[in-house]
Design a protein. Structure first.
Lengths: 376, 419
């Protein structure tokens, strides 16, 4: 294998710094002409994953549509922190109606544009996980089923953060929230059936479904651009850490978003017309504890009497995702990158993440291209 | 041109003449024939360009209307009863955002117990949702009010609800004079939105507003409704000039000039009431009628003016505030504060119970003889034996079971319990 060792711009991460890339490969966020759709001055918390996710997503969609974009936003943190009267951070036409109706509002906007012959203007609906998987779910499913020309984006931070961190249908098992406190015999959220909206979206056989995290802006941007190539309903589910709700350090937002993928807890993939077409492989598999320990919402699992039983169940869920989605990279897909901290045979090497300063660019580039550069 | 039409079909045709660009609706009786008619007109291309959205709920129906209207399209929906309640959150949103959506409400009772027939519980429950509420007395008026409603909504950038009695009007076949397309086009100018989602001029619609400005935003909503008190008669007068007949307005009086007793009502029951009043007039009774044509905004001054000389006012309303009393009656008393007149609240026609001339004659005979106890809520044609038996069951202390089932069992409509 030919390897070219390069020094990372962002040490401790697995993202190639923009300075090391050709201008054409740089992320939209790194370009002079980015639209700053969600511009500075908003009131999101330090380290807010949702603000990042919305910015990456909408700037990419603005670029893909030549700035002809309208957004319909659900109630939630994103709405509240971006539009405290009389200020607005939105540099695109933007409407907020209610918590549970963003997909239907987007449908209405799309219908108006269609009747006026403005098929050059595209529509994005966006909501948090509560507004998507719970209260907005019927409207979302209806929008999918009718085939309305809307890209809907869920920024998933796994609970109702705006109202004070209550459990949502997207809250993972064992997580502490304001109403799943670590009291009683079963601390934290229950192990339920889960509500995997990307898979539910795929069951509608809509043209395009993707998951992404804010740890990989280029991957997210590429997925948004791909989504805008289709007409009809499209869905992108973006994993966005919440320092406030998760009890994580603001500086760990990107790290957590990366770890959730590298543990297998959050499969990153693309699907077209109901079938998975690309999977973002795990490059350095880590045990779920690496991810869990950075968040106080899981602190009750690591106390004086650690809940190894619960941790094992969470690990089993991650393992199942890895098997189900084929998330592990083979050797020629970069599985033996320098700095691997996990035994691929399944033995976890439970040591903290160390910053690494080298990586094989050739492998990385190939992985990126396989993930979202597949034949279009 | 005069046509013999079902009320719903007449309304569908009238709405189509108004050239709505987006229609978003969910089926609920007795609204269905209206939206089915419009669906046909869109499919055949007679109504074009128009997007007809078949959404998954009334909540989505109103939400899609909000999006479409905010994007600058003339937007229409129709619903009834539970459907109106299911879109309640979005109703307040549409009015708060000032979006000129027009909706037909085929008035129907609200459950439980579930009941598909006519009363005004649905529209009265949303009287404070910020929508203008117009009440049609006949199918002709329903047609005319829709043409006026689009103009009113768009002039003031406010949503308008045209209420027509479910089944009684929606499913009644009557002669209706449908306007021509040319007439409607001349009366109703093209929609120029006050606010629009446009990438060329990005605006934020629906921002969060805190205590520093919320009162002012709400005041402006109220101010627009107050403006509607001027606009509604003006548009009505314009309509009369253009179409040669009177429809709409705020308040209409009938034989009320020297009336000592006045019956107040809304909607289709006014026809029956006027027949009864005619018969009483023949007997020399000084009685008249005041029709409330527009309940929101509430035309307080017009109501006061129309009723100021009456000694006795009988409000017949197809809804009531459970535990409180009459809704229209409360509003009437508000308009008459300081005057000596007696106001009797009479609840009638709930869940589709017919309001017959015979019952009205009996009621008005009691009223004229001052046998109606003032300050009490009266129920027309209440089956006293039925409610007394149920109240007795409650007093027994045994588990009485659901009222509806007990009543149906007592009346032999369902079989006796096996245990």
């Amino acid at each position: 294998m030919v390897e070219q060792r390069i020094k990372h711009y962002q040490t401790g991460t697995f993202v190639v710094g923009n300075r090391l890339l050709d201008p054409e490969q740089r992320s939209i966020q790194a370009r002079m002409e980015r639209s700053n759709t969600l511009t500075s001055g908003h009131r999101a918390c330090q380290g807010c994953g949702e603000a990042l996710g919305a910015r990456y997503t909408l700037d990419a969609a603005m670029r893909a549509t030549g700035g002809k974009l309208i957004a319909a936003n659900a109630t939630g943190c994103l709405e509240v922190f971006s539009t405290p009267f009389p200020e607005s951070s939105w540099q695109l036409p933007w409407i907020h109606s209610l918590f549970g109706n963003a997909p239907a509002v987007a449908t209405g906007v799309a219908a108006a544009l269609k009747v006026k012959g403005r098929d050059d203007i595209r529509v994005v609906g966006q909501a948090g996980d509560g507004g998507t998987v719970d209260i907005g779910f019927a409207c979302l499913s209806g929008m999918f089923e009718r085939g309305d020309d809307v890209l809907f984006v869920c920024y998933d931070n796994e609970a109702y953060m705006n109202t004070g961190v209550q459990r949502s249908g997207a809250t993972p098992p064992a997580a502490r929230t304001a109403n799943t406190k670590p009291v009683g015999d079963e601390p934290g959220n229950v192990f339920g059936q889960g509500k995997n909206v990307p898979l539910i979206a795929m069951a509608h056989e809509i043209p395009y479904v993707a998951t992404a995290t804010v740890a990989e802006p280029r991957d997210l941007e590429a997925k948004v651009e791909r989504a805008m190539e289709f007409r009809g309903p499209r869905y992108i589910h973006v994993f966005v850490p919440c320092p406030l709700g998760w009890g994580s350090a603001s500086r760990d937002t990107i790290r957590l978003a990366r770890l959730v993928k590298e543990t297998g807890l959050f499969p990153v993939f693309e699907a077209e017309h109901g079938g998975v077409v690309a999977v973002s492989k795990i490059r350095r598999r880590v045990p779920v504890t690496d991810y869990l320990k950075l968040q106080r919402r899981y602190a009750h699992l690591f106390g004086e009497s650690p809940r190894t039983d619960v941790i094992e169940r969470l690990q089993a869920g991650a393992d199942r995702n890895i098997e189900r989605f084929g998330l592990l990279a083979t050797e020629d897909e970069g599985a033996t990158l320098p700095g691997v901290a996990t035994d691929l045979a399944g033995e976890s090497v439970d040591e903290p993440l160390r910053p690494v300063d080298t990586e094989a660019e050739s492998n990385l580039m190939r992985l990126l291209s396989e993930t979202h550069g597949s034949p279009r | 041109m005069l046509e013999q039409l079902e009320g719903s079909q007449a309304v569908a045709k009238a709405v189509a003449l108004c050239r709505p660009e987006v229609i978003s609706a969910y089926p609920i009786s007795p609204q269905t024939h209206i939206v089915e008619g419009l669906s046909d007109l869109v499919r055949t291309g007679e109504l074009e360009p128009c997007e007809y959205l078949m959404v998954e709920s009334e909540f989505a129906a109103m939400s899609a209307c909000i999006g479409a209207s905010a994007a600058g399209a003339r937007t229409y929906t129709a619903t009834a009863s539970q459907g109106l309640l299911y879109m309640a959150e979005a109703l307040f949103n549409a009015s708060g955002l000032g979006l000129p959506i027009v909706m037909t409400l085929a008035n129907r009772a609200i459950g439980a117990p579930i009941n598909i027939w006519n009363d005004h519980s649905d529209s009265m429950s949303q009287r404070d949702s910020g929508w203008i509420q117009l009440y049609a007395e006949s199918n002709q008026e329903a047609v005319d009010l829709h043409v006026q409603a689009f103009r009113l909504a768009e002039e003031l950038s406010l949503p308008v609800m045209v209420c027509m009695d479910g089944f009684i009007l929606t499913h009644a076949h009557e002669e209706v004079d449908l306007p021509t397309q040319e007439q409607v086009d001349a009366f109703l100018p093209a929609f120029v939105p006050r606010q629009v989602l446009d990438p060329a001029e990005p605006v934020t619609i629906g921002a969060m507003v805190g205590p520093e400005a919320f009162t002012e935003v709400k005041y402006l909503m109220h101010a627009k409704q107050v403006l509607a008190l001027d606009s509604i008669p003006e548009i009505g007068a314009d309509f009369s000039r253009a179409f040669g007949r009177d429809s709409g307005g705020l308040v209409r009086t009938y034989r009320a000039e020297d009336a000592e007793t006045i019956v107040v009502a809304l909607g289709s029951v006014l026809g029956t009431i006027e027949d009864v009043v005619d018969e009483l007039r023949e007997q020399g009774v000084k009685i008249g009628v005041v029709a409330i044509k527009c309940f929101r905004p509430y035309p307080l001054d017009d109501v006061r003016e129309a009723l100021r000389d009456a000694q006795r006012i009988v409000v017949i309303e197809k809804a009531f505030a459970v535990g409180a009393g009459g809704i229209v009656g409360q509003n009437i008393r508000l308009a008459l504060s300081g005057l000596e007149s007696r106001v009797h609240d009479v609840v009638a026609g709930l869940g589709g119970r017919p309001i017959t001339k015979r019952s009205l004659h009996a009621l008005l005979a009691d009223a004229l003889a001052d046998r109606l106890e003032p300050g009490r809520l009266h129920f027309l044609d209440l089956k006293r034996d039925v409610v007394e038996r149920e109240l007795e069951r409650l007093r027994d202390g045994r588990r009485p079971g659901p009222h509806a089932e007990s009543i149906l069992r007592d009346q032999g409509i369902v079989a006796a319990r096996s245990h």
